[in-house]
Design a protein around this ligand. Sequence first.
Ligand code: PMP
Length: 770
Amino acid sequence: MGTPATPTRTQLDALLDNGYGLAGALSRLPGENLNYRLDAADGRRFVLKLAGEDQDEAFLTFERSVVDVLSAEGPELRLPRVVETLGGDGVATGYGGTRARLLEFVDGTPWCDAGPPSDARLRHLGEALGSLDRSLESMHLSEIDPTIAGRSHRWDLARAHQHRDKVSLVEGADRRRILEHAFHLFAAVALPRLGQLRRSVIHGDANDENLLVDGDRVVGLLDFGDCLVGPTVCELAIALAYGMLDSPDPLATGAHVVSGYLETRGLDGGEQEVLFPLVCARLAVTVSVAAERRRLDPSRGEWFVTEGPAWRLLERLADLDPVEAGRRLMAGLRSEPFADLGAPAEELLERRRRHIGPSLSLSYREPLKMVRGRGQYLYDRGGRPYLDLVNNVCHVGHCHPRVVSSGQAQMARLNTNTRYLYDGLTDYAERLCATLPSPLEVCYFVNSGSEANELALRLARARTGRHDLMVVDGAYHGHTAGLIDISPYKFMGKGGSGRAEPWVHVVPVADGYRGRHKGQGRDTGVAYGDDVGETLARLPEGVAGFISESLLGCGGQVVPPEGYFETAYRHVRAAGGVCIADEVQVGFGRVGTHFWAFERQGVVPDIVVMGKPIGNGHPMAAVVTTREIADAFANGMEFFATFGGNPVSCAIGLAVLDVIRDEGLQQHAHDVGTRFKAGLEALVDKHELIGEVRGVGLFLGVELVRDRGTLEPAAAEADEVVNRMKARGMLLSTDGPLHNVIKIKPPMVLTADDVDMVVRSLDDVLATLG
Ligand code: PMP
């Protein structure tokens, strides 16, 4: 809070004399604001408060009205009532225009000086806060001046994330991890909920210096300078954060306060869910602000009084499951505070072994049981949030409400198949084609990327009358028998036959980092493109087509160098083949600069294959091609996919396109992706292990090597990084033929704050590796 310059004694005396006709002994009170105790000559006691720079007339009037409301009908608390000036005003103006108020002195022992609290005192604190909040809820928000209602400040708990970047000011990797976790919990669990919670005027700083006690009772509340309009539950969370400091059993201590609160006000489901994350966030704000102040002036001890206890408490709370911690805090509730979370992970693992095919793998050494998703986050059974950095399927965010409700509404209205006429199919086909360059204008709808690629191969074969295919080394195109045959990722990988079928022709991946044409600048792409021509020259029968992802996912987040597709497509077309772009991983705006990744290289494929993000998790996929190819395919045999293009899928597909457009997600992917890449690139100089950072938009890769000269892959290290990041609440994976590339392809709603957290955390994880 902005504080005016410290006044001189003469200035204060003049202010008191002119404003109130008072004189007496003045002593500065502890705290960051300019507050003075006045022992007046006539024996009365007051507190003189100088207004901070951000406390204008309107705020001071508001602050007074809050105390008035509470005095009239609030809890039995002694409050600092405003003393009127000689002119009958609440505010006195002194030297240099400084505004001041004189308040009645409130007697009582500050909570922090009253010794360890009894259970009864804790409970009474809860009761007093509950009735305080109820009284403040009687102030109608619509009647509050909008500038006051919109006021915020650095201690505003609903905006705790404003301090997130201060994590890097903290000494010690473990402390940074803990603090990062507290902010992450706030951002992922509390922040998305806060907007829907009950709002009211809150005192906003019921800390251990502002609460006055007498025995087991809370008898007074001071300092309304942090009053604001916000989620009411923040009031309780702030008081809890202080009340639990230095407690031998913080959650039991907190539970006493909460049970008192429940007596007088109650907490609804949303408030219950955010309470624990808010307590952690308040502690996080305290230690973050302390870290910042330490930089400014390490000698001002009074700035950091609660820093040590706040760290100790945060350290104890950080490793708790939020659901478990929430349950303990709300032990006094009659109902269960969290919805049914299903069976624990160990039990599911056991049951899965019995009934699910063993070739399905699980991510991470200790598999996660997820119970819900929202935006860029997944939440496990313990309520821990995970930042999802790998799921490019939930493109516009997990469970996006517009997508969900479009699907639900259509499912309740009509679901049939493409042998009937309905608007959704044609509406969607038109919208999809509008995203593509001419002459791509004919759609086929299926249910998975694999099905779409199978169909693409059939189209290519129908058009050319040939069977052979040209594929890129390391590529994956799907799980069907036919696609495993054209996926070197599979047939050369574990359990594969180790060789290509005679009709499959593998060309090198256009890898500018470790491939055979690396380091040729602009010519690298052309050289790799010419490899395609060379292979074709050895195939007099030609090929039906050349299939490649526009950026290679399983191949290791490889970005083919400029000129590659232009050259390769030229060779393929000259030999009578068609060009297929597999955009299953990278399409729909992910690359930021364009809607489709192939557009980056200025080429137009003959067939485009779409999957994963197209339905935001709903199983759908599409193939879009030219009229010419579509006509060649229409040889009399019917094409029909039972579920492909059904009304529900079309409604969902349309909603996804709407959200991408309305939320500006392509531009967002560009902006956030650029920040992400720059952040990762800044780590290259600090960590030898990083061989290369590559990618575009929100499709990025970090290749780890043990030696920057030999490029020896650091696969074990990459795996370790991924598992340690998971332990910190960030989901990544490894891929590439050498398993040493960390993949990043998050939902497109990832924020700049998320990016900064990932970069800071990777920095710490890499520093402690090996
Ligand atoms: N193509 C690419 C590039 C893919 O990454 C995938 C899936 N990982 C597929 C096709 C197959 O898609 P699906 O799993 O939906 O069949």
